[in-house]
Write a new protein. Structure first.
Length: 381
């Protein structure tokens, strides 16, 4: 009888141990499942601006509200530092501390800005002109320019106004165009002015014929017609659209330009001497969508290393010639698209893919040839 009781006791203990073991496995498995659920989708991403491998900014839309988020760990977590004032486009991010956001883009145009990474915000004094803010560009933490749209001029151009700040965005003074005494020629449809130094600047535009732009050599006060060189391969007397210039120093920069024919022909002008001489690599040819619509976004880290996204679904990389980044296609599913991307050097870049319902973040360490998902663990919205 005692032996039977002992055997029964042993069996009960074994069963208890098995049950405990099962519970232990479930207990260890549960955190793994919870860990998997910790990954979060980003909101709808409007733009990415990474400062280095850890620090960066994101402009996003959450519940119809524009939000400014920052990361300090390469995109794994994001913190909302949006000011209380409702913000609109445009915005400008200079570095890890200095950001300018628009709160009023018409009439009494006004900005909010931060000099400490979004911990505190200040308001600019209103700039009262009859125009609409269309672009911001800052050379450093003190000096910047605001481009404002005044009106269209028939079928051949537009009238713009340029304002300048020298105190970090607190006060602005109109310096050319609009109601000022300094004229900006009306020919061509213009986008925002980009200044590469305190003196030299460029106004890109869309027009027809021989490629040209407007250039200033006195800080944006005066603007003159500037003819760009052409190659034999370029279309003649054709509509062209010039993207905002990208400058890496006072003298080294790029001007992307494309022609619209039965396809997009993208040319990127590069200069090392402030525009006295230009190099023009062979074009990138991009097929048009069935609808004929097109959308181009570009990023570059040097004169010879750049990336271009066409219609939010195809990425091309330039490194002594253009090539398709085939790996990006495999990441786009259903109605998702490339929402934003940014590179900090020839190897490291980030890309957000998604739609209005949310986005996933990816990172490359080989110049875009392959991408790995960034496991976003925390979004403080």
């Amino acid at each position: 009888m005692n032996r039977r009781r002992t055997l029964a006791t042993v069996l009960l203990m074994c069963c208890a141990l098995l049950i405990a073991g099962c519970n232990t496995e479930q207990a260890t498995a549960k955190p793994a499942a919870e860990k998997k659920r910790e990954k979060q989708r980003l909101p709808y991403v409007k733009s990415l601006h990474m400062i280095d491998g850890n620090k960066g900014w994101m402009l996003a839309i959450q519940d119809s509200s524009r939000r400014l988020l920052k990361t300090g760990d390469g995109g794994r977590s994001w913190r909302d530092v949006t000011p209380e004032a409702e913000t609109v486009i445009p915005a400008y991010i200079l570095d890890e501390k200095h950001v300018w956001l628009t709160t009023k883009e018409f009439a009494d145009k006004q900005l909010v800005y931060t000099a400490d990474g979004g911990e505190t915000w200040a308001k600019s004094e209103p700039l009262s002109t009859e125009s609409q803010m269309m672009g911001l560009h800052f050379l450093n933490e003190k000096t910047g320019w605001m481009t404002n749209y005044v009106r269209g001029i028939g079928a051949g151009g537009s009238q713009i106004e340029l304002a300048k700040t020298e105190d970090g965005g607190k006060t602005w003074v109109a310096i050319s165009g609009g109601s000022t005494e300094k004229e900006i020629p009306v020919e061509g449809y213009k986008s925002k002015a980009v200044l590469s130094s305190n003196d030299e600047g460029w106004i890109p535009l869309a027009a027809s014929g021989h490629p040209w732009a407007y250039r200033s050599i006195n800080g944006g006060a005066d603007w003159e017609f500037y003819s760009l060189p052409v190659t034999e391969q370029m279309p003649k007397e054709q509509f062209f659209d010039m993207q905002p210039p990208i400058f890496f120093s006072d003298t080294a920069g790029l001007i992307p330009l494309y022609f619209l024919t039965d396809r997009l022909e993208v040319y990127v002008y590069s200069t090392e001497d402030g525009g006295r001489n230009w190099d023009i690599p062979p074009a990138l040819d991009i097929p048009l969508q069935n609808s004929g619509e097109y959308e181009i976004e570009m990023d570059a880290v040097s004169l010879n290393r750049m990336w271009l996204v066409s219609n939010r679904n195809e990425m091309y990389a330039f490194d002594n010639g253009w090539k398709t980044v085939a790996s990006v296609k495999s990441l786009i599913e259903n109605n998702a698209r490339i929402l934003a991307f940014d590179f900090i050097n020839e190897s490291e870049g980030w890309m957000a893919i998604g739609n209005e319902e949310g986005a996933l973040l990816y990172k490359t360490e080989d110049g875009g040839m392959s991408w790995n998902e960034v496991m976003v663990k925390n979004i403080d919205l």
